[in-house]
Design a protein around this ligand. Sequence first.
Ligand SMILES: Cc1ncc(COP(=O)(O)O)c(C=O)c1O
Length: 476
Amino acid sequence: MGDEFEAAIGTATRQLVAHWRALAAREVPVTPPCEPGSVLTALPSAPPEQAESLEELLADTWKVIVPGLTHWQHPAFLGYFPTNNSPASVLAEYVTAGLGVQGMMWSTSPAATELEQVVTDWLAQALGLPEVFHHSGGRGGGVIQDSASSAVLVATAAALQRASQGRWRTAGTEGRYRMYCTERAHSCVPKGSRLSGLGEPQLIATVPGTGRMDPDALSARIDADRAAGFVPAIVVATVGTTDICAVDPVPDIGQLCRRENVWLHVDAAYAGSATLCPEYRHLIDGIDLADSYAVNAHKWMRTGTPCDVMWTSDRAALTDAMSISPSYLRNPATDSGHVVDFRDWQVPLGRPMRALKLWYVMRAHGVQGLRDAIRHDIRLAAELASLITAEPGFHLEVHELGLVVFRRDTDDDTRDLLSRLQTDPTLLCTPTSVNGRPAVRAAFGSPYVDADTLHYVWKRIRTHGQCLENPAASLS
Ligand SMILES: Cc1ncc(COP(=O)(O)O)c(C=O)c1O
């Protein structure tokens, strides 16, 4: 068994490295030439009765599965927000899987828990987060969630716990508590609001032309809600919205939340990584006023998905909201009160040792290496923005960090460009809308993206644009 495994790991490693090289050289398309159902029909409809070799499994992976994948690590993948990765993270995931530990409580793997405390403190320092979010700071600390969506849900549970002094689950309180965000908040925010029983969040207007939450409108809504008998429980502000990377004014919102005793969760799933660089720290001005904060290390920090890091300055609110202790989970370490049990900081009970990959990534790149990668992507985005600005018929809508949003003269032309881009397998841009008008998003973050790819992508975008005016224009 061990011999077969060793051989298969050697094969898998060679295959992956060859794949990464092919991606970096853009020898494979970004999106697969797949019709719906093509992978379904290529796979047997019943499980194998007899064992197959690991080599056979690998062979089928590259024959059937990989050709049906969209390559998120491809340099011309500019869709959504990046989900980038690195050899250090892959290595850690391999070791983690091999160790196969489950770190739901300190006692079920002490090193998994303590490593997570250390790396979330390291990352807090690297991002410029205040002491209140550090485990070493006393009342707060970081935890690795699977996603920014889970972070919102957990923050909402903690907010409800605090706003209601633990009574939010009792009968007769339905519909009393309120969540606030703007319509630019990620869809995971209304989802968190629904799942936690709050219903739809109350939408706060944005300041025209900025996309940022209007703190005066928030204040007025909170006053009106209190007067009507509601309990404002949580505000979710965003640092770097998904559509246009808008940044809500956290200092003003934070002061208001403090005054009103409302939980403030700040979702910085994408843009949060940028504060590794001191020149972008202003994005989190006022973050000391937040009760919780989340950044997806799996977006822009070379750490494989899933790895959302959430910090809170009030860990007791989290654990009070989520801790349930049946006898089968009791143990002396928990009873002593001297250890952290991360099961009480998240929705699932079980948890893999995700801290190892963040530890490997931070050590293998150094904070300086992670900063360099972010600055590189931001430079490429700036270059695309200036190419767009100089091109007749194209309009730059947004350039924030690694995100560029643009459109054509007319909405019909933008829609046509989008549909051409979305059927071009050699690159991926995704749609959005700005002030009600359709627009194209391009977000830089692939580990292999470089100036050559940028010029390749821009040439394709321009030529697709020219094809709209002159259908005979060549794309080759
Ligand atoms: C601002 C923002 N928040 C939350 C999310 C959701 O992230 P996750 O997939 O980790 O739940 C995204 C995803 O792109 C995002 O851009």
